[in-house]
Each structure stands twice: as C-alpha cells, then as structure tokens.
Design a binder for this molecule. Structure first.
Ligand code: NI
Length: 258
C-alpha cells in the first residue's frame, strides 16, 4: 500500500529519549515515508531543526504554541524568521489559540498568533494552526489576516463540521489523527465524513493521542495505518485510495515535491 505522511509529530519530545534513533530509523521501512516534526517552543524549534538536518525524510516546522507565547520576544521572533530560511523548514507552527489551557492571557496569545501569521506571510510558508476551545476567535483572526493567502492546516481538528466549512472556505487543510478511532468521537467522525477527502491530511501529534487499539500508550507514526483505516471506513472507500489522496494532499499542504 501507499506510504503515509505524518504531517504533525513531536519526536523531539522526551517521551522518545530512550529509543528515538531506533524508532526513526525504522519508520521508512514500515510505511511512513515522510514526517513533519513540529516545534512548540523556541527550544523545541531548535531540536526540531536538528532532527530535520539529521534525517532526510524529516522536515521541520518552527513556531511557538499559544500556551508558550509568554517566552516570545522580538528577538525570539527574529530567531524564528532565521530558522524559516532553512531548506528543510516546511511551515510556521504550531501557532494559534488555546483557551482550554487559558494561559498566558488571551490578549497575549492573540498578539503572538497574529505576529506569527505575519511571519509566515513574509517567509512564504504555510501555517500549522493549533486551536482548542477557541474556534470563533481563531476563525476571526484568520479572516482579518487574510490567512487564506497564507494557507496551511488546522491541526488536530476538534470542532464541528459547520466550523470546518469556515476553514475549508479559506483554503485550509484539516489535520486528523488518533481521536478519529475513539468510540466517543462522534463530532469528529461527523466532521471527517463531511470534509472532502482532498482537504484531509493525517497526523499523529505523537507522543500524544494514540489511536485505538493503542489508546493511552505513547503514540508514534507507526499507528497511522489505524487512522487511515478508520477514515477509509467513514468515507466508504478502499484504504489504498484514501492513502493515495492524503499523501498528495500532504505534499500540496507543505509545497513539497513527491
Ligand atoms: Ni502538536
């Protein structure tokens, strides 16, 4: 079957400290052909780009997660901009709003979200959006900033199908991961059925959110076939056809060659 592209992973996380090298070395032989490792703080952006330099099939995204934005300064933003010039930097992210972990204050989250959107526009990279319990403010900011011109993905999608249409109208891809396999994920299953397949990309967000039957364990890209199978079932399609389409979507999202 066609290989899978993990569009959102955190292999720099300490959960992989014991076996990172063996695990990453095994991915290509086990059907995972490409990975975008996503930074969430300035230090994880650094380790992300180190991984991207070390492994040919790993690319990096650099950005500061909303809950980490208290560390951002003009200097930090300038440093991020320099990282964007790296040939293996695929995107700016993850950036956005998180009102579940409601800190730092919303005004600060919004300010750095906008600043990092502007950075992405400047360096001509797509954005990886993290949005939790903040659908309206996220959509409002993306609209005001004309983020449709920037492009990107709403990662770990958790809102309704109606909200998905708002992001689809702006041209965004929708990132779907392990939650799709959870029995209680009715809202996400409805959204996945609704969103056109040519706008969906697969992601792990590993080490978090492992799919069934490995729910609760450490996640890795090796679990993505479970998500692909669940998506194929929801779409009423062959898994191979789903894999081919989401592979192409992932390349388009990150503007990569096959
Ligand atoms: Ni993430």
């Amino acid at each position: 079957m066609t290989d899978i592209f993990d569009t959102h992973a955190h292999y720099d996380d300490e959960a992989f400290d014991t076996d990172r090298e063996e695990l990453l070395a095994s991915l290509k032989g086990r059907g995972i052909a490409r990975v975008v490792n996503v930074g969430a703080s300035l230090s994880s952006c650094r380790t992300t780009m180190e991984l991207a330099e070390r492994y040919d099939f790993i690319y990096g995204a650099v950005g500061v997660h909303p809950n980490e934005t208290a560390e951002l300064t003009e200097e930090g933003l300038a440093w991020l901009k320099r990282q964007c010039a790296h040939e293996k930097c695929a995107a700016v992210g993850e950036i956005g709003l998180d009102y579940y972990w409601d800190e730092p204050c919303r005004e600060l989250q919004k300010e750095w979200f906008v600043r990092q959107l502007c950075l992405a526009r400047e360096v001509k990279k797509p954005v990886i959006i993290h949005s939790r319990d903040a659908a309206k403010d996220t959509a409002d900011i993306l609209t005001v900033e004309h983020a449709g011109e920037i492009g990107g993905v709403i990662h770990c999608y958790s809102y309704t199908k109606e909200m998905a249409q708002v992001f689809l109208d702006m041209g965004f891809y929708i990132g779907i991961g392990g939650v799709l396999t959870f029995k209680n994920a009715k809202k996400l299953k409805e959204a996945a059925a609704y969103i056109p397949l040519d706008r969906i990309v697969l992601e792990t967000d590993c080490p978090y959110l492992a799919p069934e039957p490995n729910r609760g364990k450490r996640n890795s890209s090796l679990n993505l076939p479970y998500v692909a199978a669940a998506l194929a079932q929801i779409k009423g399609m062959e898994e191979e056809a789903v894999r081919q389409t989401v592979w192409k979507n992932s390349l388009k999202l990150y503007r990569m060659e096959g």
